[in-house]
Design a protein around this ligand. Structure first.
Ligand code: NAI
Length: 388
């Protein structure tokens, strides 16, 4: 009954929200072609990751087994020594696995703050050219938060900007960090955002920026977004300064008209549709959006790369405070795995799993502590399997 209700409530919306169709005609999606049959097993790379990663990855494996999803996992763990070929703890073999399979699921990977080795996440994004991080953010039926009408997508440029990893000390007491914005990467992510909007029945793309201060870098990003917007006259394009986007009345440019709109994520999230932005803003805004719908434990994402690669991942980190205690909420990684299934065009399996997750949460009997419940990771996972 709960499943039927959810299906009615979410309908096709949930399907389009979690789909990550690649917009770039030059970046074909060989996976969908090669694995149209439900019977042929598909090999996908799995990075269980650090901290709570292995526990929530186990949930995904259990749910996939119960739902008889035809996926064989090729598991790769973070190494204990730096691999000279990747200059990080990520092994070359694990990167080759993603390149070969073109599809995968990634658990959280820990990075020491302010020192130590090259970030594993940055390495993955750079090495695999994962240029767009797509994070759907929508209110879950049956789980009450301040808003029940959130339905937006953040699309974050994933390869450059403030996260270029170019930092150095100029003289003692003065350090410099380089923010790199290129025309090529900006056009690529803007193209993805507009194509996503068009193919998912979305009406508006908002470019989030701070070009009033960072005139050259964010200015170039906006210029590229405008160029792409011209190719999509059916999609309303607007530009929103990042602080206004979070909390302020703002002025927006829509189809050459100056309009006024209360575009405030924290006060009126329903005002937004698809948001596209440089790296750092995307990191912050997408976490803010996760907070609107119940927290990091619920929010999935998918990284889109050149050559048709899709690497789905939960947006949260390794949660060292609860690691190994069977307390983690596996929903974000499970919904990320649903994204992966949609990328593979295994929509029946994706629908079943998604409905089982949402029904379990809506029912309220089994919820993990972050959602106000007292269930363990394994109890919650079992409840999902029982709903399948
Ligand atoms: P975090 O997301 O790991 O934890 C923040 C808070 O949310 C903690 O209280 C944690 O217990 C809770 N939380 C996170 N995921 C949860 C889940 N699934 N269920 C229940 N509670 C959950 O962020 P933090 O503490 O800043 O980072 C820890 C490590 O993770 C760092 O090394 C960081 O670099 C890494 N990290 C990795 C990411 C990735 O691999 N994509 C993303 C963010 C952080």
């Amino acid at each position: 009954m709960a499943t039927q209700l959810l299906r009615r409530v979410l309908g096709s919306r949930s399907r389009q929200i979690l789909s990550t169709t690649n917009p770039n005609p030059n970046l074909a999606l060989p996976i969908a072609r090669a694995f149209s049959s439900d019977i042929t097993p598909i090999t996908a790379t799995l990075f269980p990751g650090d901290g709570i990663g292995p526990e929530i990855a186990e949930s995904v494996k259990q749910v996939f087994r119960t739902a008889e999803v035809p996926v064989d996992w090729e598991e790769h763990y973070v190494g204990t020594e730096i691999d000279p070929r990747t200059q990080s703890f990520l092994t070359w073999e694990s990167l080759e696995s993603v390149r070969r399979n073109k599809v995968g699921l990634k658990g959280p990977m820990a990075t020491p703050i302010g020192k130590g080795h090259r970030s594993l996440n940055l390495t993955l994004r750079k090495e695999l050219n994962l240029y767009a991080n797509v994070r759907p953010c929508y209110s879950l039926p049956g789980y009450k938060t301040r808003y029940d009408d959130v339905n937006l997508i953040t699309i974050r440029e994933n390869t450059e900007g403030e996260y270029s990893g170019l930092e150095h000390q100029v003289v003692r007491g003065v350090v410099e960090s380089l923010k790199i914005i290129t025309r090529q990467a900006s056009l690529r992510v803007a193209e993805y955002a507009f194509h996503y909007a068009k193919t998912h029945g979305r009406e508006r793309v908002s470019a989030i920026h701070k070009a009033n201060i960072m005139q050259k870098t964010d200015g170039l990003f906006l210029k590229c977004c405008r160029e792409v917007a011209e190719k999509y006259p059916e999609i309303t394009y607007e530009e929103v300064v990042i602080d206004n986007c979070c909390m302020m009345k703002t002025k927006l440019l829509a189809k050459n008209l100056l309009l006024y709109w209360y575009a405030q994520l924290v006060k009126n999230p329903a005002a937004f549709d698809v948001l596209v932005m440089p790296n750092l803003y995307g990191d912050i805004i997408s976490d803010l959006c996760a907070g609107l719908i119940g927290g990091l434990g619920l929010t999935p994402s998918c990284n889109i790369g050149e050559g048709g690669i899709a690497l789905a991942e939960a947006v949260h980190g390794s949660a060292p405070d609860i690691a190994g205690k069977n307390l983690a909420n596996p929903t974000a990684l499970l919904l990320s795995s649903v994204t992966m299934l949609r990328h593979l065009e295994l929509h029946d399996k994706a629908d079943r799993i998604q409905n089982a997750i949402l029904s379990t949460i809506a029912e309220g009997k089994y919820r993990t502590a972050d959602l106000g419940g007292s269930s363990t990771t394994s109890d919650f996972t079992k409840a999902i399997c029982d709903h399948l």
